[in-house]
Design a protein around this ligand. Structure first.
Ligand SMILES: Cc1cc2nc3c(=O)[nH]c(=O)nc-3n(C[C@H](O)[C@H](O)[C@H](O)COP(=O)(O)OP(=O)(O)OC[C@H]3O[C@@H](n4cnc5c(N)ncnc54)[C@H](O)[C@@H]3O)c2cc1C
Length: 441
């Protein structure tokens, strides 16, 4: 009997892959359409390159999922409106269910004057660049001596870690809208950069914002102790760069010279308002300039509009009345034509809630989405699309499509290259190179 595929999953990051594993275990056939040549998403191209054990562990799990007979991989296909394949196309082909698990690929900006100056980057550009994701891998990223990072999460910590190991970088200034009690990075991430902190500056800075914290019953000593606690297991750092914190500041403008190159940030001082549990920042009107040659915005991501799903701020709009909730959550997309679920279209991972959590969360979300799809498929009683038909349609695309056997050849080749380096340095920098190695070009 011909093999049938019931679910098209868009995106082979952690959410899509773990969803595929769960769906296969429930007896469904899955077609995974992935923009990148390689699977793994941010686990491959986001997690810091030095975290070899974590990345290798995840790669092994992903390879195991892809080795499952019911899971079919189609890499190097970008789904979206005006692209070679869209969500309505997948439904028209006859897939009973489509799972959107393509992460949060849109770039979030604050809309400040000067964002187009050279020297201004989003964290995504830098993270993808050092993790060697084409085409970011070959994009020129010009980092100067004095760099500002805007943001206070784990991504900021990863970017700061990358910067302090760049030879020319002398100072990394971290600008945080709220205070020390509201930072979002974990102690584990702090341990990777605390060795480069100017601790005198940190103490003075926490002292400077202490009155605003105390007005909300926050304890500056406790927050300083959090930073000091990271010193115990601090990563050794012998470079020259210094990290300096600036709490309670918001960027208003990026200033530049006549050559279109940025030369500083205009900042406004803030105070804290609200209460201990629910604080926000309010501008005080006092402004000052911070000279810098590079700024990197580590302020989170948003989903990509090009997929053609209805949007709600940074996320796709979830159906408020899901037909198949799991743990009280909606995994369904709102129908673009009315206020009801879009039948058969589901969300998981960072495509469901942008920039939310680690791989473990994405895994849980993918599994839950698979359970929602299972409920739907049982109730809809739909049969699925023959694998042969999927393959024929994919073969008709102009771009080379990467299948599991091709991936195997690439991974074997990278494995050999890693013997004289690391799995990270073994990565090819362009899709063309990877396609050549696989014999697809
Ligand atoms: C800088 C950074 C560091 C991180 N470090 C850690 C860490 O150390 N530990 C940890 O546990 N978590 C870490 N995370 C979080 C982790 O990466 C995410 O939780 C997880 O990757 C989210 O998985 P996802 O599948 O939802 O999305 P993603 O990982 O983004 O995967 C999306 C997939 O969809 C594909 N895709 C995108 N658009 C399309 C399209 N239009 N058509 C087809 N396919 C598409 C992409 O090719 C990709 O394969 C980090 C995140 C970042 C940003």
């Amino acid at each position: 009997m011909a093999e049938k595929i019931q679910v098209a999953v868009i995106g082979a990051g952690p959410a899509g892959l773990f969803a595929a594993e769960k769906l296969a275990s429930l007896g469904y056939g899955v077609a995974l359409f992935n923009r990148d040549v390689k699977p793994g998403g941010m686990a491959e191209y986001g997690i810091y390159p030095d975290k070899h054990a974590v990345k290798d562990g995840l790669r092994k799990q992903f390879n195991h999922i892809l080795s499952c007979d019911q899971v079919h991989y189609y890499g190097n296909i970008c789904v979206g409106e005006g692209r070679s394949l869209s969500i309505p196309d997948l439904l028209d082909w006859g897939f009973p269910a489509v799972l959107v698990a393509c992460g949060a690929q849109g770039t979030k900006w604050l809309g400040l004057p000067g964002e187009k100056l050279s020297g201004v980057y989003h964290a995504k550009d830098v993270v993808y660049h050092y993790n060697r994701l084409p085409p970011f891998s070959t994009m020129p990223i010009t980092i100067g001596k004095r760099v500002v990072i805007v943001g206070a999460g784990n991504v900021m910590a990863d970017v700061a870690r990358y910067l302090i190991h760049q030879e020319q970088v002398e100072e990394v200034h971290i600008c945080v809208r709220r205070g020390p009690a509201e930072v979002k990075f974990t102690r584990k991430e702090l341990e990777t950069i605390i060795g480069a902190f100017d601790l005198g500056n940190l103490e003075r800075e926490i002292g400077r914002v202490a009155p605003a914290m105390q007005a909300l019953d926050q304890d500056p000593t406790q927050e300083l102790a959090f930073f000091h606690s990271a010193l115990t297991n601090a990563e050794t750092y012998s470079g020259k760069a210094k990290i300096l914190m600036h709490f309670l500041v918001s960027p208003l403008e990026i200033t530049g010279d006549s050559n279109g190159r940025m030369n500083g940030l205009l900042l406004e001082d803030n105070t804290l308002v609200g209460d201990k549990e629910n604080t926000s920042a309010r501008g005080l009107g006092t402004k000052w300039n911070l000279e810098a040659d590079t700024v990197i915005f580590a302020i989170g991501d948003k989903v990509e509009a090009e997929l053609g799903l209805p949007l709600s701020r940074n996320d796709y709009r979830h159906a408020e009345q899901p037909a198949f909730p799991v743990d009280g959550q909606s995994y369904e997309v709102e129908d673009p034509t009315g206020e009801k679920p879009w039948t058969g279209v589901f969300l998981a991972g960072w495509s469901r809630v942008a920039s939310s959590g680690l791989v473990g969360n994405a895994k849980r979300d993918g599994v839950n989405a698979a359970c929602a799809i299972d409920q739907y498929l049982r109730s809809a009683g739909k049969d699925g699309l023959e694998l042969e038909v999927v393959d024929e349609r994919v073969d008709a695309f102009e771009c080379p499509v990467v299948r599991k056997d091709d991936l195997k050849r690439l991974l074997e080749d990278e494995h050999r290259r890693a013997e004289s380096g690391t799995p990270e340095t073994a990565k090819y920098l362009t899709n063309e190179d990877m396609l050549m190695v696989m014999g697809l070009k």
